[in-house]
Design a protein around this ligand. Structure first.
Ligand code: NAD
Length: 506
């Protein structure tokens, strides 16, 4: 077990080490002298330095990926079982190093160690899952007129640019990489500038298992330089993006110029609907977990609690009392239930939303402040915050805050609950708590959301697809659907009798 007082330091490299990019099977990438410090959000100390790429390095990485894809005997034409073997080796090496990598994620992202460990376990499973899928049959034949044999073959689409956010630094990249590599695509990955460290360790593993040069490349840097260069590169066939809705819209606009395919996993403002007949303790518990897990920095967070009016007076005091008891601290402390926000500037954004909520006339029931006692002052810790007396048009009800801020909306009928639930531009996740099975099914069917739960919140699985409705996304990750995102479908028609068409008479 890694969680002793010194463990958080033991996974860090020497401060003088500048970690870099991985292009065409090598860490020896020069050109850029732009370095960026990486910060621990629990105390704002520097925990690493990373070299960032330029447009030239993106070009080098894409060239390497293109060559690795198309060349004779390249990744595209590598036997699926061989591709699967590489993925399984990556998975095994991740397993060997999972505690080290989880602790590093905790230090870099701020998330509680147990959550970070779950992330690494998810990534391990993703490489296993897609290794399995790589070798499964996935063509089709069709019943057409007798003289033709019609079939579809699936082919990897080419070089994929993978752009990921800071809230699940390893797992978001792993879910896209494992599916794309299994399908036979090659990849160039761009982490968030704030959380590059665990992906560097994943690429060390990729190097160790001897993945052919150029099949997977890592380029650090900002969205405006490296992200943009990937989107505009003519040899990148698809951008697989996870991040904010505004960024997703910009990517779609930029990608339009060369009609690049885009997969977009975006933001949310997800409703958690609690009916009066729900199991009380379960519903209170998941209302807390829905929003305060990972400090509310989860795309599918249950950031809107829709509460049936008749239980409001019993439910809300219990919710607030339990929110106040949540143990806040650094993610490596075993007692911690909620860690810091990713950065000072993000914390300022979240606190600004609290100010907006108060100005809009919502009632602040608890929280709303940075925690500044003792060592907390060094980090980006915000109290669990709950607003009530909201109206649907308020910004705190409509906009993704991406922090530990819950807004309560009250309803009296099933129809009203559904209308409120669907009343934002987002459509990522939703939950229903009730002991009436038919009602649960009825409501779920009317919710505009890609990921839904009945009587629970947050569990999802690599086997099942993850995708947003409305402005929460386009395309999707995970499961067999996620695999399809990296495959073209080619129609092949074979004449069963070789003879001229007879159309031209002369
Ligand atoms: P972000 O959109 O600011 O950044 C995401 C990534 O895009 C980063 O790597 C960033 O450098 C890059 N980027 C930024 N501008 C770019 C541009 N113009 N061109 C190309 N790349 C660009 O998001 P974030 O703050 O890192 O992450 C939080 C957001 O991610 C939240 O909105 C959250 O809901 C969303 N998210 C969604 C899912 C999902 O599955 N739907 C999962 C996790 C996070």
């Amino acid at each position: 077990m890694l969680r002793t007082a010194n463990d958080e330091k033991s996974v860090l490299r020497d401060k003088d080490v500048v970690e870099g990019m991985y292009i065409n099977g090598s860490w020896e990438v020069s050109a850029s002298d732009h370095k960026r410090e990486v910060i621990n959000p629990a105390n704002n100390e520097v925990i690493g330095t990373v070299t960032e790429g330029t447009v030239e390095e993106v070009d080098l990485a894409v060239k390497a990926a293109k060559d690795a894809f198309y060349k004779k005997g390249g990744w595209k034409s590598t036997y699926a079982r061989t591709r699967a073997d590489y993925l399984l080796k990556i998975s095994s090496k991740l397993e060997e190093r999972k505690e080290e990598i989880a602790m590093l994620e905790t230090l870099n992202n701020g998330k509680v160690y147990g959550d970070a460990l779950e992330d690494v376990e998810d990534a391990i499973n993703q490489f296993q899952y897609y290794a399995g899928l790589a070798t499964k049959p996935h063509g089709q034949t069709y019943e057409v007129p007798d003289e033709i044999q019609a079939m579809v073959i699936r082919e990897p689409i080419g070089v994929v640019g993978i752009i990921v956010p800071w809230n699940y630094p390893l797992v978001m990249a792993a879910q896209k990489m494992s599916a794309a590599l299994a399908a036979g695509c090659t990849v160039v990955v761009k982490p968030s500038t704030q959380t590059p460290l665990t992906l560097i360790r994943l690429f060390e593993i990729i190097d160790e298992v001897g993945l052919p040069n150029g099949v997977a490349n890592l380029v650090h840097g900002s969205g405006s330089v490296v992200g943009n260069a990937l989107i505009n590169h003519p040899d990148v066939e698809k951008i697989s993006f996870t991040g904010g809705t505004a960024t997703g819209k910009q990517i779609m606009r930029d990608a339009a110029d060369n009609l690049k395919k885009v997969g977009l996993e975006l933001g949310g403002k997800s409703p958690n609907i609690v009916f009066a007949d729900a199991d009380f303790d379960t519903a209170v518990d998941y209302a807390l977990l829905g929003i305060f897990a990972q400090q509310g920095q989860v795309c599918s967070a249950g950031s809107r609690l829709l509460l049936e009016k008749s239980i409001y007076d019993k439910f809300v005091p219990e919710l607030v009392s339990r929110a106040k008891k949540i143990k806040i601290g650094p993610g490596w402390d075993e007692e911690t239930e909620m860690g810091p926000l990713i950065s000072k500037s993000h914390m300022e954004n979240v606190l600004n939303y609290v100010k907006i909520g108060v100005e809009e006339g919502a009632e602040l029931l608890c929280g709303g402040k940075q925690i500044t006692e003792g060592d907390f002052a060094k980090g980006n810790f915000v109290e669990p915050t709950i607003f009530t007396n909201t109206t649907p048009d308020m910004r705190i009800v409509q906009e993704e805050i991406f922090g530990p801020v819950l807004v309560i909306q009250v309803f009296e009928t099933e129809e009203e609950a559904i209308e409120l639930a669907n009343g934002t531009d987002f459509g990522l996740a939703a939950a229903v708590f009730t002991n009436d099975g038919a009602k649960a099914q009825r409501v779920i069917r009317q919710l505009q959301a890609g990921i839904t739960w009945i009587n629970t919140y947050h569990p999802t699985f690599n086997e099942a697809p993850w995708s947003g409705y409305k402005q929460s996304g386009l395309g999707g990750d995970l499961g067999t659907y996620g695999f399809e995102e990296y495959l073209y479908k080619k129609q092949v028609n074979i004449a069963l009798e070789v003879k001229p068409s007879g159309f031209y008479k002369g």
